[in-house]
Design a protein around this ligand. Sequence first.
Ligand code: GDP
Length: 472
Amino acid sequence: STLADGLARGAERVSGSLSETFFEPVIRIGVTGLSRAGKTVFITSLVANLLERGRMPGLVAASEGRITAAFLQPQPDDTVPRFDFESHLAALTAPVPHWPESTRAISELRLSLRVRPAGLLAGLTGPRTVHIDIVDYPGEWLLDLALMDKTYEGWSAATLATMERRGIAAPYLAQAGATDGAAAWDEPQIRPLADAFTAYLHAARQKGLSGIAPGRFILPGELAGSPALTFAPIAKPDRPGRRSLWREMERRFDAYKSQVVAPFFRDHFARIDRQIVLVDALEAIHAGPPAVADLQDTMTEILSAFRPGRNAFLSRLLLGRRVEKILFAATKADHLHHTQHARLTAFMEALTAEARARADFQGAETASIALASLRATVEETREQDGEAFHCVRGTLLEPGGTRGREAAFHPGDLPDSPASLIAAARQGHEAWLDQDYRVMKFAPAPLSLKPGMGPPHIRLDRAAQFLIGDRL
Ligand code: GDP
């Protein structure tokens, strides 16, 4: 009877998963972007707004009143950390609100919608349940894809060559130069090298420079301090012995690839149906042309993950499976008056154009958008000497995270031809040609949310329509 029970349970499980695929579709949405791009705030506000739906007119199923219920459910993957939606929302809705803790590693959340079918089917069938699995992961981890087709020797040589051209790499290069890869391997020697290399990667990331792999050195999650994350590029000695420093570095590099990078792509990345890539474009524009050129390089690197044809490892993994839709979103658009939003969208288009031109992402549908997940400002038009200035007003966020005074400011007009300005950046212009563009950091505004209303946003509903609208 135990056997019969077991079989019955097995059959139940099979039919359970069948009914899920046939009658309860699952859409897996990947949310990525470099750290501080706005992933955590995006997911928190998206979920809160889908739960309430009072501010989602751009999501057609919501505006037609066909979403009859929305609720959070246990996620399908038991070993992936849950996205801490409640704590993040509590931070944003506290009497004195603050920004939530940013993404440090992968997490997941399942939101389920009860949806009445549209059109002719409406009278024939009852509401369906559509599961939306949101997977949040650092964009830095996608940069590791470039390592998969490399050997330790090739990666070391290329990385050291890039570092030679960067002043911030000097301390590491000095340390690595004094290291003999043929010497017997010794942990107390490897550790400071790995630490110095990690410090370089952080500095490069801070400056918005491209080529910052391995991604886990910057966001290690629970792997911090493990041998797979304790290696660094060094020059190859003539005859590295079996117990040499070089051989151990090589072994760890291979372990990083096979035990850290490959499982992430296999278990998580390969299962994503639709993807949103968040970009803090305003920050780069503020920093000037060199930062924009670097952002474009980094975007091209990140987006190569969505062109699996160019990577043998990824092609093997995906076996023809592909992401159906990719949305490129410039975040924090509430820093700009809405008259500037079209330019921000055009900027995103220009930023990703190069990556898109090289391949059409294997047929995935792509779009660009400018959005604010959580609107922290209000618009204001001021007159000065007969001229109108479009401003945004909000509470400034002081360094250290304290709330400062309220201020209205005019950030400057965005360049009206992003493509030509990106070209100017590539030709070595240090500053924008005619104006300086300023950004300020704002604290989240206190919210008094009425039932049925999610947090205020800009175009979050349009993003949702692109990502899930066709399946509702
Ligand atoms: P993550 O590292 O990608 O998870 O980034 P977060 O979601 O934590 O966002 C990083 C920071 O960007 C936040 O702490 C806010 O200061 C800012 N931010 C994110 N989204 C918005 C937005 O919609 N409006 C404004 N004004 N700031 C935002």
